[in-house]
Design a protein around this ligand. Structure first.
Ligand SMILES: CC(C)(COP(=O)(O)OP(=O)(O)OC[C@H]1O[C@@H](n2cnc3c(N)ncnc32)[C@H](O)[C@@H]1OP(=O)(O)O)[C@@H](O)C(=O)NCCC(=O)NCCS
Length: 166
């Protein structure tokens, strides 16, 4: 499996992988592929990684910049998606490891909204006072790359369509 930056040729396949993967997620809004398109259109994809196997996109991970409180140098991971037929084969973990490795060079930490049972294995955890609107705080998790504790509202790019935006 190859993890690499997206190219223009991947865009249609990314939409398919993300749309199919999100059918497995109860909390999905069904708009994740559109969010990625909007981020791309706004040149706001700090990282757009595909997992390629046999010339096909089987997994995808996006990162955009987010603000936490006064700190504006957080890499927001998501959406992360793996083709349902390929779940449980390490593709999501490989994408996460590569994203974290790259984010360390440019951001003060990584943050995401997701299931703590999955993201805990990469070192993510909830922090007191860290949140996103009405989302239960245990689902808002960060991985600081230095000693700074993330505290405050995570402000997403407007492409996410959340109330509080950058
Ligand atoms: C979450 C997702 C990206 C994981 O990708 P993957 O390639 O299957 O993950 P990996 O193979 O690296 O890891 C699989 C492990 O994660 C666990 N796992 C996957 N999703 C999980 C979840 N929501 N909660 C807890 N554990 C989860 C699996 O049980 C498996 O555990 P094991 O290692 O103990 O066997 C993939 O399942 C997916 O696309 N899901 C639908 C979309 C989604 O939920 N995206 C994340 C939004 S926050």
């Amino acid at each position: 499996m190859l993890i690499r930056n997206e190219t223009a040729n991947d865009i249609a396949e990314i939409r398919t992988v993300v749309t199919e993967a999100m059918t497995m997620l109860a909390q999905s809004t069904g708009t994740e592929a559109q969010i990625i398109d909007r981020l791309r259109g706004d040149k706001a994809l700090a990282l757009s990684l595909v997992a390629e196997e046999d010339g096909r996109v089987v997994g995808y991970l996006a990162v955009s910049q987010a603000q936490i409180g006064e700190q504006d140098s957080w890499g927001l991971i998501g959406p992360l998606a793996v083709l349902p037929s390929r779940h449980g084969q390490g593709i999501g973990s490989t994408l996460m490891a590569e994203a974290i490795r790259r984010l360390r060079t440019t951001f003060q930490g990584a943050v995401l909204v997701g299931d703590p049972r999955y993201y805990g294995r990469f070192g993510f955890r909830a922090y007191p006072g860290l949140g996103v609107g009405v989302i239960p705080p245990e689902f808002v998790q960060a991985l600081p790359f230095d000693a700074t504790e993330p505290r405050g509202e995570v402000i997403h790019h407007p492409a996410f369509g959340l109330k509080q935006q950058r």
